[in-house]
Design a protein around this ligand. Sequence first.
Ligand code: B12
Ligand code: SF4
Length: 454
Amino acid sequence: MKVLLLNPRSERVKILRTEYMPPLGLMAIGAHLKHKCPDVYVEIVNAELIPEIETIELIERSNPDILGITTTVGCYRSALEIAKIIKIFNNNIIIVLGGPYASVMWKECLDNRSYIDYCVIGDGQYPMEQLCQKVSPNEIKGIASRDLQGTPSINEPVIIELDNYPDPDWSLIDSQAYQEGYNKVYGNSDAIYATISSQSGCKWRISTGMGCIFCGLVRPSYRTRSPERVWTEIKNLNDTYGCNHFWEVSDTICSSKEWLQEFHRLRPINNDFYFRGYARASEITEIMANYLKEVGYNEIFIGIESGDNNILRNTNKGSSDIVNLRATKILHNAGIKTFASLVLGLPGESIKSLETTYRHVINLFENGLNTLSVCIFAPYPGSRAFDMIKNRPELSDKYYNQDTFDWPNFSKEWVQYFCECSFQDIVNISDKFNELPNSFYEDNFSYIDKVYNI
Ligand code: B12
Ligand code: SF4
């Protein structure tokens, strides 16, 4: 049995960080399959790193029994296009989609795309193991399939403790290729870099039922790996590849004070590892910043989103201008860089709120903020905002059962119905942010000019 796991090519013109962020989810599934099904041959292909035509040739040459493709909002149509070509090439290849997009859009996907056999919701490890063991899909938890009438239905996933999974398998990728991508961006020859994930889920999203209104990551529970396991993974990556800089991709690293305290307590005596990762502003206290610093964190990403408290309330962000400022000052005093991101066009956005946000950002820069990224809001599947726009009476027929979207247009419609300014006002102010030093525009709207045959 052969399984090929594919990270499809991004549909955007420029995606930050793709050249050095390996597909950790696929490496985790690959590790699990190698551990549980030793007879299964697993390979990972990252279409971001090879010319488009070669991806198809590689898959056809491999001719796997199962093709598993990861999906996000940035590569779903690329995933479908490859799946369709491969299904025509060999109808017997089982095609499975997983990842954040398919986890939410499984019903629409199975309704509209006959060449997709199954969608996996949430963790891919056990569903893929069971598919390899030829368990009937309608008995596999976490799989969505079609019934005899062709109607999609889902077998709800079970929540598995993260320590029950093996660490992602780095031997399945060419780690050197990602290191070269990292050096190209950071030019830091001392840094041998890896990504790790120690936690899954966000307490804020779970406790409030929806989290931030724009959040497209549906995870039913907050889970952590044990701090011992994470340090062991770090030391293994250091022993095997010399890794010393780690990008921690958990949704927020400060969700649990107890976890961070224990991770801090177990740090190596001569700790010369460096980390960067994500946190919520409201979770940053002096104590947490001190733990982070002593563990080796030198940069924290914070979604500040807006500087206007009404907008932050409408967004259910659970923070305020004061909280953002406090977090920036605390991190600065602890010697940790702050990388803040803004989202323009959140519910209720107006020229006044955009100006308030601009002043807030200037204040943050004066108080220790290091870098700012700015993007214009696009309501993605899995978020409350996506449901709000899709279910708008004027639009519900248009978007009924649709699995692909014209995102720039979708964003414009969002602004029309949920903001108090025009799309052009938002574009104008984003240009003004872009002129600030250490600020850059994260372009959500420039897509590769291509018609997808899906
Ligand atoms: C690292 C990261 C990236 C890296 C990706 C590197 C890579 N090749 O994987 C980079 C920086 C390139 C990136 C880019 C983008 N990202 Co990103 N990214 C993340 C982040 C922070 C971590 C992902 C990760 O590694 N998690 C850890 C692993 C272990 O979990 P996992 O990937 O979810 O995989 C598990 C399951 O999802 C499932 N699974 C995954 N794939 C598959 C495939 C199969 C076949 C199966 C069965 C199961 C399965 O099993 C895995 C193991 O349990 C997540 C947020 C998060 N905390 O997860 C956002 C996230 C995935 N990104 C997101 C977005 C929006 C983007 C961009 C569109 C951003 C932009 N403005 O351009 C681009 C799109 C890129 C693209 N090509 O599609 C969204 C996706 C939302 C959605 N509904 O689609 C997320 C969820 C952030 C969020 N909170 O909204 N991203
Ligand atoms: S955007 Fe971040 S803080 Fe907000 S609900 Fe999602 S993971 Fe949690």
